[in-house]
Write a protein that binds this ligand. Sequence first.
Ligand code: URP
Ligand code: ZN
Ligand code: ZN
Length: 442
Amino acid sequence: MEPSGILIKGGKVVNEDCSVIGDVYIENGKIVEVGLNLLIPAGVRVIDATDKLVIPGGIDTHTHMELAFMGTKAVDDFHIGTKVKKEMETLAKERGVNSFKMFMAYKDVFMLADSELYAAFSQCKEIGAIAQVHAENGDLIAEGAKKMLALGITGPEGHELCRPEEVEAEATLRAVTIAHAVNCPLYVVHVMSKSAAKVVSEARRDGRVVFGEPIAAGLGTDGTHYWNKEWAHAAGFVMGPPLRPDPSTPGYLMDLLANDDLSVTGTDNCTFSVCQKALGKDDFTKIPNGVNGVEDRMSVIWEKGVHSGKMDENRFVAVTSSNAAKIFNFYPQKGRIAKNSDADVVIWDPKLTRKISAKTHHQAVDYNIFEGMECHGVPVITISRGKVVYEAGQLKVSPGHGRFIHRKPFSEFVYKRVKQRQQVGKPTAVTREPYQGKVISI
Ligand code: URP
Ligand code: ZN
Ligand code: ZN
């Protein structure tokens, strides 16, 4: 039997706004106390966290477990999805779902026209949800793909060539414009290019309520892999929007993330093993889109963000958990180490290093896009709702431990400004005397 209480002693407790040396006492899945020299009942487990960081459990904003997609199914499990107007309202009011992802890509499958986006964004605003978009111009992708195949380009490089950066940037700006027209907050998922990131950043500087989500893949690797001579290697990186061949892209996205032009990090984890990717061995348009990330996100962001000196440990916490919890409306239940918060805690050793490899990862997929990457920053112990679920390289959790978090609509972090604008920003008609002159007859 595991003891019911856990005392994490002497670590540096890191939240988004400050870091302090202290103890964290956990009982019944909750953080009971944070402070120094806590009086603790006998028989609890004591974890020494001297020289380590104690950070809130990461929140991955974007995954597709078990997604049925492009003729096959993602190999890492668990996925939820839905659509249509009345169901959106029921989900937001009764089922704790406060965000909806809309696609501007995948023509003839998921792609929505501008008028449909307008209607969906309007409904999101009405019910207090966050409109999320996959921003790529699906029509241009379809035309670009035909062009590449006609040129005899059938390999994974065709995937990037048929949808260059501007295809992503144009759709991002269009989504920002439509969201602004209906005063709806917008969340752009998987921002993959410099050009799209600039659009998000400009929109924020123009005062728009827009959030951009770079993902582990885009921050940790790049699109030069599509030109790799080995087909399986190149195909492993195929996802939409694609990783970009400009090798300065990951660093640029990290700079924007560090400076709050981009807000949160996900992974878009959507994994297909090599034999599934091989559905597109003769035609890149048939390669199932998606890459891994869920296991390595924290390490990749620490390495490229904190170890590189671009962001501090507090910004790391903000972009890996706190901001997500605020946007999706479950802060400070999650995303903070504080009294009464859920005991989702990672004991993080910033000095340890590890090498990422498919040979040692816990995911079902049979390759890893970060293969060989040496990362500073290693999770030593992970606690989920008071239970140690990872320790000494071993997973200690059985299926079913995860819980759905009921999320209320109208997150204040997102909606305060929107509501105020709604009140003060209403256009009004000019008062005039009626026109008395002639009107032609038609
Ligand atoms: O390639 C990707 N991103 N696969 C997952 C589905 C999506 O578009 O997010
Ligand atoms: Zn997407
Ligand atoms: Zn996705």
